[in-house]
Design a protein around this ligand. Sequence first.
Ligand code: SF4
Length: 447
Amino acid sequence: MRYVVSARPKRLSIFPYRYCQFWNNHKGCLFCDIVPQLKRGKEQGIPARVAPEEVAAVVREALKEPGRFTGLCMTGGSVLTGKEPLDDEVDYYIKVLKAIGQNFEGGRFTSQLIATAFSDKQLRRLHDETGLSSYTADIEVLNEAMFNWICPGKAAAVGYAEWKRRLVHAARIFGRGHVDTSIVAGVELARPHGFTSEEEALQATLNEAEDLARQGVVTVQTVWAPRPNAALGLQKNASLEYYVRMTKGLHELRVKYDLPVEFDDFRNCGNHPDTDFSRVPVIESAIADLPIKLSKELVAALKDPTTLSSLATSDASGAPNVALGLSLAVEEDGALAYLEPLQASVTNRNLTHSLWFNRPVALAVTSEDGQRWQIRGVPVKAHVCGPVFRRHYERIRREVGDTDLAAVWIIEPRAVEDESLKQAAHDALHPSFGHLDLILKKEELHA
Ligand code: SF4
């Protein structure tokens, strides 16, 4: 099994084919040492090519471990032969993917193929004949002159402009956020023909990455690890500052063009520093600038005395606090009124901090019939006297009896999530997050 698959954090990586025909004509990528590695593997008895049925059986066996894998990734070297160039590579992958697909219920399963940039017809076949969900064709370096020098095999077989065009076409077939390309970041600075300035290399790379992002293709980076057996040999790598800026730049492009990269993120690959950033929330978009209107159902639940609610606040250092069993009301203008009974409570202090520094708070609301919402909002006013305070003071004294009131906090709702729909909406938005053992055919699961 270990010759066919290996494991990343949540991904099963499959290497069914371990040879790259660019090396036949001495046109392997200059940073690559796959063939010397293959020779070492041969000595250890690792087969260069595995039968599709064997790959499928190994995958089936590996997925018997519950909650372990959310995705499959398959890769091998380029195969240039076939009726049309690369047809043999495509045919082999189709056979393997079809064999693997027989393990699952339904058509598409979370999977990534890292392969050569295929023609439109070949991409269409891959999509239509298999359950493959995402596709990667690594361009390695985002500059035409560097590509021609560093990737002579890819340049001769496909060409830089055509490689990019095929990536864009793949994004039309597999969808935005389902196609990416990796660069070996730093190799564009290699001697003797690389960029001589990090600033120039960074700008050139990010400009090309933006051109792809605009058209729905994600660029991810691996850090160039100069290898003694590769043509470029051991060279000094780019500075840490360069990688930090590249990481930030690629992440910002994904945010700007709203491009997810879930199939190649920290869970599934872990090889791309920039995709680690995908777990950093974009706080700015989580809360609207203006108040929003609450739904009729939520207003009804907030007015119902059987509804349970809690309020989460934090202090200046970020320490959280949750208050339970709240007394809430909905004002005529749609704002929420939270009735705080204790002047010296942590909640009262935290709300004051939120009011002064415009920090959001969160309310969780559960109705008697099981509907659940989360409301994020901003405290905009604290009534400690006057008509609003008096109205609520008199009401709770009437309804609850012998109680006191310190402040009526007015909280403007800025975002509402219907938690009852959350699981279904989450699954629909992020199909690649689900564990693959959950879609295994039943008889396979219990075999
Ligand atoms: S395409 Fe380039 S990087 Fe990939 S295996 Fe072939 S020579 Fe190596």
